[in-house]
Write a new protein. Structure first.
Length: 512
C-alpha cells in the first residue's frame, strides 16, 4: 500500500495488479452526478452506506474470512469490517466511520490504527469513529440521508440498510439510491475494466494449469485445489468468485454442483415452469444415459405423479412413476366377522360342447426403438415452442398498435420463461459431498471457476475430456456450443438487448 495520498493504491506485490484509490473517487463522482440529475434528490443530500461485519462460524469462536459488502466496497474501497461511509452528493467528498476498538484488542488482533492511517490508506477526506456518527452527521445538516435498500433479483435477498442509534432524527429515504448506484455499477469505468481484465487473465491461466494437470483417476477436489492455489499464489486472490464447480460426467448436468443444497426453494419455484414430461424427457437424454433399470431419481415429477396420502418419502424415477416408502407403520384394519352363508341346492351341471381350439395369430415382430439423437430432441422441443410464439404473433399482426406497445414486453416475458425452462431446471444445488467424484477415463469435465481480486470477480467455464481426446459425440456437442458462443460474441454491440443475446445460442443450435 502506497504511503502518499496521491499514490494510494491496493497492491499485494510486484506480480499483482496495483489498483489506485482514484478508481473509487471516480465511482463516487459518477454516483453523485447521477443523483444530482435525479429531480427527487434534494440539494444537500448525503449518501450513507453500512459495510459488512465480521461473523463467527455458527456458535463457535472461529471467525470466517471477511469479504467486504460489494456496494460499500465499490464506493469506498475499504476492506475492514464494521465500518460506515458517507458521501456529500453536492461535492463528492467522502468520510468513513470506523469502530473504536479497546486497547486489549491489539493483543489478539494486532496493532490498532488511528483514523489518520485510514485517511491516507484510502485517500479519503475524513475519518471518524462510529460512536460519533450521529453527531458528525448532525453537524453536516443533510437535507436527506440516502440509504441503500433493494432486492437482488438473482438471490431474492435484500441488501442491508444502514442504521445507527439516532438515525430516526434524520430525513431518511431508502428508495432513491438503489436504482442509481446499481446502474453505476453496471457501467464499468476504464480503471474497473483493467481490474476485470486482471482477474480474468489470472483465472484463465489457472484453468490452463488445471487442464495440464488433469489425469483419469484424480478426484474433482484435486483440480479445485490446484485452481485455488494458482489464483492465490500467482494473483493474490484469497477469495474465489463463487464455490468452485469441478464436475465430471453426470455431475456436469447440475449447474451449481459443488454448492451446499438449496433445493426446496428453487424446486418449488421451478416446477411451475418446467415440470412437464417432454422437458424432463429431453433433459433425461441430454445429460443421462437411462435404461429400463435406471435408478436415477428425479424429484421434479413428485408433485405431478404422486397421489399418495400417507406420510411417506416419494422417489420418482426416469420413467416418471412414483414409488413411496412409508416412514411410519400403517395399522392393519381389524376384520369384521361375517356370518356363515346358508347353503342352497346346486343343480347338476349341463355339459356344453367344447369347440375345437383356434390357433392364436402370431403377432408381428415389434421393432427395437432406436434412441433419438440428442440434437434432434433439442430441435424438436425448441421448434415446438418457437412455433407457438410465431403463431401467436402472426395471428395478432393486424393489431399493429397493440403490438407496438406490448410486443417488447411480451417477448421479454417469453424469453424469461424460456430461460427459466433451460436454466432453472437444473439450478437446484447439490446437498451431497461436493467435488468428490473420481474422474474416469473417457468422461467429460465441466469446470466453472473464477478468482476474485479486490472484490472484482471473474466467471469462467470450460469443458474438456479428462483424457485429452474428444469422442465423436463429445466433439459434436462441443463444437455446436463453441459456434453458438462465437455467434453471440459477434452479436454483442451497444444497444443490443441482453435477453436476445441469451436467446441467440438456442436459435443457432437449432438452425445451424
Amino acid at each position: 500500500m502506497a504511503t502518499g495520498r496521491a499514490e494510494a493504491a491496493y497492491c499485494l506485490g510486484q506480480q499483482c495488479l496495483s489498483v489506485p484509490m482514484a478508481m473509487f473517487a471516480d465511482n463516487r463522482r459518477r454516483l453523485c452526478a447521477r443523483l444530482r440529475g435525479n429531480e427527487q434528490v434534494p440539494a444537500g443530500a448525503w449518501v450513507l452506506l453500512q459495510g459488512g461485519e465480521s461473523q463467527n462460524l455458527y456458535c463457535s469462536d472461529k471467525e470466517q474470512i471477511f469479504r467486504q459488502e460489494s456496494y460499500f466496497h465499490w464506493l469506498f474501497g475499504v476492506l475492514e469490517p464494521g465500518c460506515y461511509g458517507a458521501v456529500d452528493v453536492a461535492t463528492g467528498k467522502a468520510a468513513i466511520f470506523i469502530p473504536k476498538l479497546p486497547a486489549e484488542y491489539a493483543v489478539w488482533m494486532g496493532k490498532i490504527h488511528p483514523p489518520e492511517h485510514f485517511r491516507e490508506k484510502y485517500a479519503l477526506e475524513d475519518v471518524f469513529f462510529i460512536c460519533d456518527i450521529a453527531q458528525v452527521l448532525a453537524d453536516k445538516q443533510p437535507s436527506m440521508l440516502l440509504t441503500l435498500r433493494g432486492m437482488n433479483t438473482d438471490s431474492g435477498t435484500t441488501c442491508r440498510e444502514a442504521a445507527f442509534d439516532g438515525i430516526s432524527e434524520f430525513n431518511v429515504n431508502n428508495k432513491l439510491l438503489h436504482p442509481e448506484i446499481m446502474e453505476c455499477r453496471v457501467l464499468k469505468s476504464p480503471m474497473e475494466v483493467e481490474v476485470l481484465r486482471y482477474t480474468n487473465r489470472i483465472s484463465s491461466e489457472a484453468h490452463k494449469e488445471v487442464m495440464k494437470a488433469i489425469r483419469p483417476g484424480m478426484h474433482e477436489f484435486e483440480l479445485e485445489s490446484l485452481f485455488q492455489h494458482y489464483c492465490y499464489s500467482r494473483g493474490g486472490m484469497r477469495h474465489m468468485s463463487y464455490t468452485c464447480i469441478c464436475a465430471s460426467h453426470n455431475n456436469a448436468a447440475t449447474l451449481h454442483y459443488g454448492h451446499a443444497g438449496k433445493s426446496d426453494l428453487h424446486l418449488s419455484y421451478t416446477c411451475s415452469y418446467t415440470c412437464s414430461t417432454p422437458v424432463l424427457h429431453l433433459f433425461q437424454h441430454l445429460f443421462y444415459t437411462c435404461s429400463n433399470t435406471c435408478s436415477y431419481t428425479c424429484s421434479y415429477t413428485c408433485s405431478y405423479t404422486c397421489s399418495c396420502t400417507c406420510s411417506c418419502t416419494c422417489s420418482c424415477t426416469c420413467s416418471y412413476t412414483c414409488s413411496c416408502t412409508c416412514s411410519t407403520p400403517v395399522p392393519t384394519p381389524v376384520p369384521t366377522p361375517v356370518p356363515a352363508p346358508v347353503p342352497t341346492p346346486v343343480p347338476a351341471p349341463v355339459p356344453t360342447p367344447v369347440p375345437a381350439p383356434v390357433p392364436a395369430p402370431v403377432p408381428a415382430p415389434v421393432p427395437t426403438p432406436v434412441p433419438t439423437p440428442v440434437l434432434h430432441l433439442f430441435q424438436h422441443l425448441f421448434l415446438h415452442l418457437f412455433l407457438h410464439l410465431f403463431l401467436h404473433l402472426f395471428l395478432h399482426l393486424f393489431l399493429h398498435l397493440f403490438l407496438h406497445l406490448f410486443l417488447h414486453l411480451f417477448l421479454h416475458l417469453f424469453l424469461h420463461l424460456f430461460l427459466h425452462l433451460f436454466l432453472h431446471l437444473l439450478h437446484y444445488g447439490h446437498a451431497g459431498a461436493p467435488n468428490d467424484k473420481l474422474i474416469k477415463d473417457g468422461e467429460m469435465c465441466l469446470f466453472d471457476m473464477g478468482g476474485e481480486y479486490y472484490c472484482y470477480t471473474s466467471d469462467i467455464t470450460c469443458s474438456f475430456p479428462a483424457n485429452g481426446k474428444f469422442t465423436a459425440d463429445q466433439r459434436m456437442i462441443y463444437e455446436a456450443v463453441l459456434r453458438s458462443n462465437r455467434a453471440v460474441m459477434a452479436a454483442c454491440k451497444p444497444g443490443e438487448d441482453s435477453f436476445s443475446l441469451q436467446f441467440a445460442p438456442l436459435l443457432f443450435v437449432c438452425f445451424a
